[in-house]
Ligand binder design. Sequence first.
Ligand code: 5GP
Length: 209
Amino acid sequence: MSNKEGILIVISGFSGAGKGTLMKRLLSDYDEFALSISMTSRGMREGEENGREYFFVTREEFEQAIEEDKLLEHAEYCGNYYGTPKAYVEDKLKEGKNVILEIEVQGAMQIRKKFPRALLLYVTPPSIAELERRLKARGTETDEVIARRLAQAKNEVNYIHDYDYLVINDNLDECVKEMYGITCASVFEIKRQNEMISELKTELAELKF
Ligand code: 5GP
C-alpha cells in the first residue's frame, strides 16, 4: 500500500468492543500503522503504564495543554478528560504512516470537521449482551462504572451514522483483516485523489486534436 501522506484513521466503539486488542494486532501485523497515545486525566488502571496506554496528567495539566493548543481534539467522557496530542500525529502522517486515533465520538466528530479526509471506523461487538459480558469479564471496573459505560453506549449508538464503516468484532483475526482491507481501499477513494484527478485534467486539457 503506497500513498504519500498517511491516512488519519479514527477508531471508536462501545467501551468493551475490543478496540485495544484490535489495535495491538493491526500494529503488530502491519508496518504502515502508528498509534497515537492520548492524554487523559483519568486515574491509571492496574497494569497500565504512563506513556504506554496514555499520558496520565492532572485536570490542570490537561487544561493547560488545551490552552496551549497542543491537542488535535479533546473531550470529556465519564467525568475525565481525554485528548490527542497534535505533534506525534502530524509527524507520523508526514512520514506516510496511517495514524490510528482510538477515541470516543465527540472527539471523532471534531476530527471529521478538521480533517474531512479522515477515515472513521466504528467497532461493535456482535450484540449488546456480548458487550455486557465483555465489560464484566474485564474485572477492572465496578458495577457502577459498567452501568455508566452501558448508558454511554445508548447515547453513542446515535452517532454511528456519522462514521464511514461499521466493523463487527466477532472473530479477532477476521476483524483485523477487514480493518486492513478497509484502509487499503480507502487510499483509492475519490476524496483522496484530488492530485491525480488534477493531473488527468491538465493532461486532457493539453491534448491537441
Ligand atoms: P478508557 O478510559 O476506557 O481507556 O477510555 C474511555 C474512552 O475514551 C474510550 O471510548 C476511548 O476511545 C476514549 N478516548 C481515549 N483517548 C481519547 C482521546 O484522545 N480523545 C477522545 N476524544 N477520546 C479518547
